[in-house]
Design a protein around this ligand. Structure first.
Ligand code: ATP
Ligand code: MG
Length: 431
């Protein structure tokens, strides 16, 4: 006997009824993006490997060790996208979306990173993200942050913390980098293996090490804020001013650096303490150099991405995930004539009540077994067609939620009104 094939480690299925939670979540987030004037862009999941190494940076965790990279049949090196920004920039350049325009775009979909799977960390995960091009002021940064705040509130997450920081210009980071290397080199013995490696490759990343000993060492390290250029300092002060003006709370986290090389100036994260080390549910910032790095004209840009698995995990923890019944009404059909008539009745009801979620019983069986199914579906109402109803021109209706609710017979043309009342639905508008 052959064994069953299982899914790939770190690649998970999302099953009903949990898919209903995802739909609701995605729907709400989309509505807000739409309300802020962002338009959807749909991008491929597979790109040329070079796109990511040139934008994200060769010595980042993602490019060094997390990408799903392979040669296709022609020998071209391709990569399953680990994030959405690089592909978005590529598409904007390829289709000339940046000529004299400042597009505000959003995308959603699967991303792929070969990481150690754990709670809130998968190898295929899903993000909703947005990018704005051509605007360099702190006003758009502020508006984008406020939009992410509204997105998180809209799904019932009011208790996440906004952290912000400024990374300054590349030159400022270069000076800071040198100072940080000098300081940390004097304390090599206290650094963990990962940080030692990063000291050579990407020392700024040591700032967001999760290891307490390393964090303690950083207390006396040089501070990036002391190295900021005047323009970046003013930009950041103006951003803080905007957030203050609308009463948006935030915490300035001087160690917030983000894991991707392309960020400069504004960076921000929405963080919760409720998901262990996987506490960042939304992360973003400015990446003013990337468009040029990928061959376009110098174009400022700012964006963010939210990890949907982590949002769903938080909602589940809160118990705010609703039980999703399969249907509002279940149509019980006994006998061949009833089955024929049932299909007609179901179509008529679907026409008259566009919001009705109706499950028509298929496959025959006894009353008892059909009612069992009806109960299991979570439907409020059972509709019944059998010989008696066919002969009388009626439909049996039964409230499945009340214990004592017996079945009553309604004339065929009264069923729509009954359901509309019972389920609090509006009818298809006449005329
Ligand atoms: P982390 O520090 O948690 O690894 P990151 O800095 O690598 O996050 P980004 O590349 O900025 O994350 O991605 C934005 C968001 O996408 C994260 O804040 C997180 O919510 C989500 N995310 C990133 N990697 C994963 C993953 N492997 N599984 C699930 N969600 C993820
Ligand atoms: Mg990561």
């Amino acid at each position: 006997m052959s064994t069953n094939i299982r899914s790939v480690r770190g690649f998970s299925d999302t099953l009903p009824p949990q898919t209903a939670v995802w739909q609701k979540l995605e729907g709400r987030l989309r509505r807000i993006l739409d309300a802020y004037g962002y338009q959807e862009i749909r991008l491929p999941q597979l790109e040329k490997t070079e796109l990511f190494s040139r934008s994200i940076g060769e010595v980042t965790d993602i490019v060094e060790k997390e990408m799903y990279t392979f040669a296709d049949r022609n020998g071209d090196s391709l990569t399953l996208r680990p994030e959405g920004t690089a592909g978005c920039v590529r598409a904007c350049l390829e289709h000339g979306l940046l000529h004299n325009r400042q597009p505000r775009l959003w995308y959603a979909g699967a991303m792929f990173r070969h990481e150690r799977p754990q709670k809130g960390r998968l190898r295929q995960f899903h993000q909703i993200g947005a990018e704005v091009f051509g605007l360099d002021g702190p006003d758009i940064d502020a508006e984008m942050i406020l939009m992410t705040a509204r997105m998180l509130r809209s799904i019932g997450l009011g208790d996440v913390e906004l952290q912000i920081n400024s990374l300054g210009t590349a030159a400022a980071r270069q000076d800071f980098r040198a100072a940080l290397i000098e300081y940390l080199s004097g304390h090599r013995a206290r650094l963990d293996a990962d940080s030692l490696r990063r000291l050579e490759t990407n020392p700024l990343r040591i700032l967001d090490s999760k290891i307490p000993e390393t964090q303690a060492l950083l207390d006396d390290a040089p501070r990036l804020s002391d190295y900021l250029d005047d323009d970046s300092r003013a930009h950041f002060a103006a951003l803080c001013g905007h957030l203050d003006a609308v009463g948006q709370p935030y915490v300035i986290n001087p160690r917030l650096v983000r894991g991707l090389d392309y960020y400069g100036r504004t960076v921000f994260e929405w963080v919760t303490t409720r998901l262990g080390a996987q506490g960042t549910v939304c992360a973003g910032g400015r990446y003013d150099g990337v468009v040029e790095q990928l061959g376009g004209k110098p174009t400022p840009a700012v964006g963010f991405a939210m990890g949907l698995e982590r949002l769903v995990a938080l909602l589940e923890e809160d118990g705010t995930v609703p039980e999703a019944p399969e249907a509002d009404a279940y149509l019980v059909l006994l006998g061949e004539a009833a089955e024929r008539e049932g299909l007609r009745l179901a179509e008529a009801l679907r026409h008259d009540l566009p919001d009705l979620r109706l499950l028509m019983h298929c496959g025959g069986g006894s009353f008892k077994s059909q009612f069992k199914r009806a109960d299991r579906s979570g439907a409020r109402v059972a509709l019944v067609l059998a010989d008696q109803e066919l002969a009388d021109g009626t439909v049996g209706v039964k409230d499945l939620r009340s214990r004592d609710g017996g079945q009553q017979a309604l004339p065929r043309d009264a069923v729509v009104d009954f359901l509309a009342r019972q389920l609090n639905m509006t009818k298809h508008s006449e005329g």
